[in-house]
Design a protein around this ligand. Structure first.
Ligand SMILES: Cc1ncc(COP(=O)(O)O)c(C=O)c1O
Length: 432
């Protein structure tokens, strides 16, 4: 079966032909590439074409695909049962590793990042007895109703500001403030501080492209909720165990931390954690209900433990940092030489190319990019065997499986792709 056959069949089965919207390649006006297998930093489609992978399953695959230690751990766990519906040693072992790396006193495992943030908000509302939540424009925290307001990731990719089907009363419980704007947050708290249950934030935004925190933003985040009796929810679902082993360190005083992606080694996972007295409000110890048939699943915890074990080995984050730095430098040079109107932003293994002259500092600037040029760039990279997420708003993920040669190949492809974007062929120019 070839790529197009599979895509046609998927179109008859799934809305938009996919199980998650960004995978549809709509934002780059292309047909998606079905992936049949993956190894390390390589993806292979249904026609056995090979790609260097920077999607990394949108973040979990910090070791690349099918890392031998992770595969062995999953196989071994599977042979002893794929789900127990009971406490299992894998949960305890992964929980202990996360606790010792993050300082989170109590942890609840769930199946996705969406569940983690949804539960964090329920918990914050319960302990504060307040209803209002503050989020930041362009930050994405999963697809629960109250958090799909001016969200990044697929919502931004599809040009939506909110999702249909969310009750007005639910949306009204979420206030949206610009990212990197401490004054706007201060004004919110001056007006509604005593009604606000929590502020939820990505400490470094990764769902409107990579936008690091600037100025006093992080200080304001740590101070203002506390001053007004609200909680701070730190969404480290992308950044946790990716920027370094443990939490990013950007918001050390958060009350609740959400994790996901890397801690599940490529299997479905989420977690929330915090102080014992706070997390003990969750059922069955406390009155805040949350549950999951497959939560703490033994295959997931085995994959997570194996991943964290490899990540604890000496020098792995340094190596990823070197590769990512090399990529950033190469892309920067390619942009300058091609005179493309683009900028590159990188923190650790997260990177974005923005088709605007300077890096954005918030969602309004991130959406003011030339998305047509991004789509051209994406196509040009794909034709050279480089698989980028099909959206300007998704980060590139560098993994420990990339090699210097992969990065060189990517930079060479990008140099040609930037030239194509800045100097489109005559036929394409005259079409406009
Ligand atoms: C920062 C952040 N929070 C939450 C989520 C939701 O996680 P999931 O897709 O596992 O539900 C994502 C997903 O990309 C994310 O990037």
């Amino acid at each position: 079966m070839n790529n197009s056959d599979l895509w046609q069949q998927a179109g008859q089965l799934f809305p938009g032909g996919v199980s998650s919207p960004v995978r549809s390649f709509r934002a780059v006006a292309d047909e998606p590439i079905p992936i049949v297998r993956a190894a390390g930093a390589r993806l292979y489609d249904a026609e056995d074409t090979e790609y260097i992978d920077y999607i990394a399953a949108y973040g979990p695959l910090i070791l690349g695909s099918a890392h031998p230690a992770v595969v062995a751990a999953i196989k071994e766990a599977a042979a002893s049962g794929t789900a127990f519906g009971a406490l299992s040693p894998g949960e305890v072992a992964l929980g202990k590793r996360i606790r010792s790396a993050t300082g989170l006193e109590r942890i609840r495992f769930v199946n996705s990042g969406t569940e983690a943030t949804m539960t964090a908000i329920r918990l914050a509302r319960a302990v504060t007895g307040r209803d209002l939540i503050v989020k930041f424009e362009g930050c994405y925290h999963g697809h629960s109703d109250g958090l799909l307001v001016k969200a990044g990731s697929g919502v931004a990719t599809l040009g939506l500001s909110d999702s249909a089907g969310i009750p007005a009363a639910t949306a009204a419980g979420t206030a949206v403030v610009p990212y990197n704007d401490p004054n706007a947050l201060k004004k919110w708290f001056e007006a509604y501080g005593d009604e606000t249950a929590a502020v939820i934030v990505e400490p470094m935004a990764g769902n409107m492209g990579v936008i690091p925190p600037e100025g006093n933003f992080l200080e304001a985040l740590q101070a203002l909720p506390k001053q007004h009796g609200a909680l701070l929810i730190n969404d480290e679902i992308i950044t946790g165990f990716r920027l370094q082993y443990g939490l990013s360190g950007l918001l050390p005083e958060a009350d609740i931390v959400c994790l996901g992606k890397v801690i599940g080694g490529g299997l479905p996972v989420g977690a929330l954690g915090g102080r014992a007295e706070l997390l003990s409000q969750l059922a069955p110890e406390g009155p805040v209900y949350q549950a999951g048939t497959l939560s703490g699943n033994p295959l997931v915890t085995a994959a997570g433990i194996a991943t964290l074990d490899v990540l604890q080995k000496d020098g792995i984050y340094d190596r990823i940092e070197e590769l990512a730095q090399h990529l950033e430098n190469g892309l920067g040079t390619a942009i300058r030489r091609s005179k493309a109107t683009a900028s590159v932003v990188r923190r650790g293994s997260l990177l974005s190319i923005f088709f605007r002259p300077t890096p954005p500092c918030n969602y309004s600037e991130a959406s003011d990019c030339d998305l047509t040029n991004f789509a051209r760039f994406h196509k040009a990279m794909l034709s050279r065997g480089i698989m980028l997420a099909p959206s300007q708003f998704e980060a590139w993920f560098v993994s420990a499986a990339h090699t210097e040669a992969d990065i060189d190949q990517t930079v060479q492809a990008a140099a040609a792709a930037f030239r194509e974007v800045s100097h489109p062929p005559i036929a394409e120019r005259s079409e406009k």
